[in-house]
Write a protein that binds this ligand. Structure first.
Ligand code: DQA
Length: 148
């Protein structure tokens, strides 16, 4: 059997990581985070696929494409986390584990960041650990897939 695929989804503005508010998001780039997740996945015999978009529709389509094909989804939806209800609905149709991921801790920031439309359809959330979160998210997925 081929290696299970983990789909890592990145939402709007995450391509600016490294330059964007480094005091909040750190100096690592999105490519650095994807490399961290890819290495963690490989260590567990998982294949990581990454899709980034500034557009909610593209992320919805990627979730549709993951149904029946990918074992798990890790999603940092950026600001769409807080209002992207079509992501919520798409993720609700996905059978495997879903990990909500954030570099920062939205709970400790502006009030509007405290609502997540992803959380109700996620197996769990990892937030506030910067790039370490990308490794932790893959570790969580590996554990959940091994137990399923
Ligand atoms: C983020 C947190 C969101 O509130 C914000 O809009 C982002 C990044 C994070 O990784 O900390 O774009 O998802």
């Amino acid at each position: 059997m081929s290696e299970p695929i983990v789909l890592l989804l990145s939402g709007p503005n995450l391509t600016l990581l490294g330059e964007r508010s480094p005091e909040i998001y750190g100096h690592a780039t999105l490519a650095d985070h994807v490399a961290t997740a890819t290495a963690a996945a490989a260590a567990h015999g998982l294949t990581l696929e990454h899709v980034q978009s500034e557009a909610e529709a593209d992320l919805v389509r990627a979730i549709h494409g993951a149904r029946g094909r990918c074992g798990a989804i890790v999603i940092n939806a950026g600001a769409l986390t807080h209002y992207g209800w079509s992501l919520h609905d798409a993720l609700a149709t996905f059978a495997g584990p879903v990990i909500e991921l954030h570099l920062s801790n939205p709970e400790a920031r502006e009030p509007w960041r405290r609502q997540s439309v992803i959380a109700p359809v996620a197996s769990g959330t990892i937030a506030g650990f910067g790039t370490l979160g990308y490794r932790l998210a893959v570790e969580a997925v590996a554990d959940l897939l091994a137990g399923s």
